[in-house]
Design a protein around this ligand. Structure first.
Ligand code: 5GP
Length: 196
């Protein structure tokens, strides 16, 4: 008889309104918790300074993204802010779950809804700003978008905040490192309850 393999882990999906700081929370986990595997998305947007292919994203062109979609290689994908497309490579996620490793997706709301449809057993975590005023301050403070783009994103964020009840858990992003630690604690708790 062969020994049983590791217990499949439960996928954790982190989503929340635009500018709430999902990416920063994920980066903090990447820095402090190498035991947590964070999915690397494919995207058609251009790299920002300091972003590394294969670490922050797989930067691909439209033709390659079309191919990934057609071949069914993406677990979910979405066009975000009416601009670039982003998607989660399916194979890497399946591998990590089969290995029993804590696995995290940091994606937008449309993507989270697709994962809920295909993997309802995942744990869905909503990252929420401390207040609407704080979200506005963060979106404008980032200073990377034009005024028209900021207005469009605020409108999106307003609608996205209403999605909180669709999620299993909520984390309030008062401070990035604390929010990251809360998420990791939640992931470990999942693992422990599955193991017991
Ligand atoms: P940014 O371009 O600032 O890195 O990310 C923009 C948005 O795309 C963020 O809201 C982020 O959560 C979302 N995003 C990143 N990767 C994926 C993905 O694989 N799928 C989906 N649906 N959204 C993603």
């Amino acid at each position: 008889m062969t020994a049983p393999g590791p217990r499949r882990s439960r996928l954790v999906v982190l989503a929340g309104p635009t500018a709430v700081g999902k990416g920063t929370v994920a980066a903090d986990i990447r820095d402090h918790h190498p035991e947590v595997w964070i999915s690397v998305s494919a995207t058609t947007r251009r790299p920002r300074p300091g972003e590394v292919h294969g670490v922050h994203y797989w930067f691909v062109d439209d033709t390659e993204f079309d191919r990934l979609v057609a071949a069914g290689e993406l677990l979910e994908w979405a066009q975000v802010h009416g601009a670039a497309r982003y998607g989660t490579p399916r194979l890497a996620v399946e591998e990590k779950l089969a290995e029993g490793r804590p696995a995290l997706l940091e994606i937008d709301l449309q993507g989270a809804r697709q994962v809920r449809a295909t993997m309802p057993e995942a744990l869905f975590v909503f990252l929420k700003p401390p207040s609407w005023e704080e979200l506005v301050r963060r979106l404008i403070g980032r200073g990377t978008e034009s005024e028209a783009e900021q207005a469009r994103r605020l409108e999106t964020a307003h609608q996205e905040l209403a999605a909180e009840p669709e999620f299993d858990e909520t984390i309030v992003n008062h401070e990035v490192h604390a929010a990251a630690e809360e998420l990791v604690a939640l992931m470990k708790h999942q693992q422990e309850s599955a193991d017991s």
